[in-house]
Design a protein around this ligand. Sequence first.
Ligand code: PRX
Length: 664
Amino acid sequence: MQRWVTTLTDMTETHVDVQASYPPPPEFSAQANATEALYDEAAEDRLGFWAAQAERLAWDTPFTEVLDWSEAPVAKWFVGGKLNVAYNCVDRHVEAGNGDRVAIHWEGEPVGDARDITYAQLKDEVCQAANTLTELGLTKGDRVAIYMPMVPEAIIAMLACARLGAMHSVVFAGFSASALKARIEDAEAKLVITTDGQFRRGKAAPLKAGVDEAIEALGDSSPVEHVLVVQRTGIEVPWTEGRDTWWHETVPNASTEHTPEAFDSEHPLFLLYTSGTTGKPKGIMHTSGGYLTQASYTHHYVFDIKPESDVYWCTADIGWVTGHTYIVYGPLSNGVTQVVYEGTPASPDEHRHFQVIEKYGVTVYYTAPTVVRTFMKWGRELAFEHDLSSLRLLGSVGEPINPEAWRWYRLVFGGDKTPVVDTWWQTETGGIMISPLPGVTHCKPGSAMRALPGISAKIVDDDGNELAPGTDHGEQASGYLVLDQPWPAMLRGIWGDPERFKETYWSRFAQQGWYFAGDGARYGKDGEIWVLGRIDDVMNVSGHRISTAEVESALVGHSGVAEAAVVGATDEHTGQGICAFVILKSHAKETSREQMVDELRAEVAREISPIAKPREIHVVPELPKTRSGKIMRRLLRDVAEGRELGDTSTLVDPSVFEAIRASK
Ligand code: PRX
C-alpha cells in the first residue's frame, strides 16, 4: 500500500494532459518480447514477416504461399498449409513437457468455487468432448451453437469443435432466446451446447429453458438434432428425451484418446454474430491458419507474454470476440496460465477482481474502459486494501478509453508504473490491429498509438487522401479509419451473404480496395492514432456492440409502437447510452407513459438482451425526417446530448423539435 502514497498526493486528477507521453519503464523494455526492430522487419518484407510469425504454430503440412489476394476481398493466408487449431492450443504444450502447467485457474462466481485445469487435463477433456460430439453425429463443417456462461466446459466445447473442424457459433449467454433462435437459424446449427442455468449475482438463472424456447420457436424447420447440457447450477430443466444429453453423463465416459485431423489453413474455424447497421446480425466468419497466427502473435507481443511465469487475465466473456481471441485462441496457443472468472466485478462485492488478482498473482490484466470507469466510481480506496504488486501490464479494449480513466487505471491498478496498452480491433479483424508495444511505445493516455508491425492502417478523408498529422495548435480534423492491406486474421466473409460482406466493408473505398472499419479517427501531433468511435449506426454500450436498427426493430415489435428511432448518446459510465424516441399508436396512448416505458424496456430485453435496454425512452408525436423519409439520427443525437441542433434545413418539418424537446 505504501507505494501509492507519494504518487497519490502528487496526482491532480482533474487535469489530464492528453499530450503527456508515458515511456515504457526501462526495466520493462529490457525484458520485453518486442523491440523497435519488429517494426523494421515487418516494413522490409511484410509477407516474409507474417510467414515468420506463422512459424509460431505447428503445421502438419507447411504452407507454400503466404497470401493469395487474387480473389479480394476474400483472402487466403498460408496457402496449402494444414494444421489443427486445438492441437496447437493444447496437445503440443503437453508434448513439449508442459502438461503440468495450469492452463486455466477457473474462478466461479460463488466464492470458493474454483478449479485448476492443467494443460494435460485440458487435453484429456477436449479429446473426451470431441469424441462425444462425434458420437452425437458431428462432422467437419457442421455448425454448433454454444450458449454458456464462463465455465471451463465452454472453452472445452470450443476447442472440441476446432479439433473436429466443426464451426462454433458462441452466443453470449446474456442474449435472449429470441436472439439465440435467430443465430441458430442463420447458421443452421445441428447441435447446441448449453448449461442448465447460470449464476448471476448470487442467483441461479435458467439458460437451457431459453434453448428450448428458441428451438420451439423454430418449429419444424429447426436444424437442431441434439442439445448437450452442462450441469452448472442444479436447477430444474425442461427435457426432451432423445434430443437432450447431459454432459456429465457422456463426456467423462468418453475416451481421452483422439487423433486430431489436420485441416486446410482456410478451413472455417468459427462464426461470431455481431451487430451491423441493419436489424439482422451478421455471422462473421473466421478461418484457421491466419486467425491463429495473428491471435498468437499479438498475444505474445502486445501482452509481452512469458508462458513460464505470467498469470494472464482477460475479463471478457467468450460470447464476444475478445473472449475468443484473448481467452481461448491467443493465450492457449501460447501455452500461458490464465485466470477465467465466471462472474461480475461486484459479486459478492466490489473487491472481487482485486481478490482474484491477489489470489493468483495476476501479472497481465486486460479489461474494458467501462470496467475501469466502474472501479473509478467505486473509488480507489478499494484497491488500496489489496496487494496488486504482481501486475506488470494492463490492457484496454472495446471502446475509446478516456484519458482520465487511462491515468486512473495505471495509477490505481498499476502503481503508476505499468505500461497500459489500449488495443483497437473488431470482431471482423479477428485480432489486435492498433496498439502500443509495451516495451517500445511512449504511450499517450487514450490513444491506441499505431498499427502493429505487419498491419497497415490509415486515416483518410472522403476522397481517400490520407490526413496530415496533428499540430500543436488546435484539433486535427477527423477522418475514416481504413485498413489498406490484408491481414491474416481478417474475416473471410459474412455467413451466407457475400454481397453484404462487400457492401459493408469494401464499398466505401472500393476504388482503392481498402477495408473501412466503421470508425472515425484522427492523427495526433506525433502521427499517433486516436480512435473516436463508430460513425455508422452502431452503438457501443459498455463495450457491447448494438445496432440502432436492432433496438428499433425490437421496439416496433411492441403492439403499441408505430415508429421508433434509436441513437447512442454519450454516457459518462457506459461510453454510449441508448436513447429511444417512439411514436405510439393511438390505442396505446391510453396506457400511462411510465407503464409504456417499462413495457418497452422489457420488450427490448426479451427480444435482444437486458444489455440493450434503452437508458431513456421518449414518447414523441413525430420524428425528424428528410424529404426522402430518412430519420435524421444526427439531430436526435443532438437532442439526446442536450446540444444546439445542427443543420435542420433538409427536414420536412423543423418544428417537430419543439414537440420532441417538450417530451424530454
Ligand atoms: O468502435 C470500435 C470499438 O469497438 C468496435 C468493435 O466492436 P466489436 O466488434 O464488438 O469488438 C470489440 C472488441 C475488439 C470498433 O469498431 N473499439 C474496440 N476497441 C477500441 C475501440 N474503440 C476505440 N479504442 C479501442 N481500443
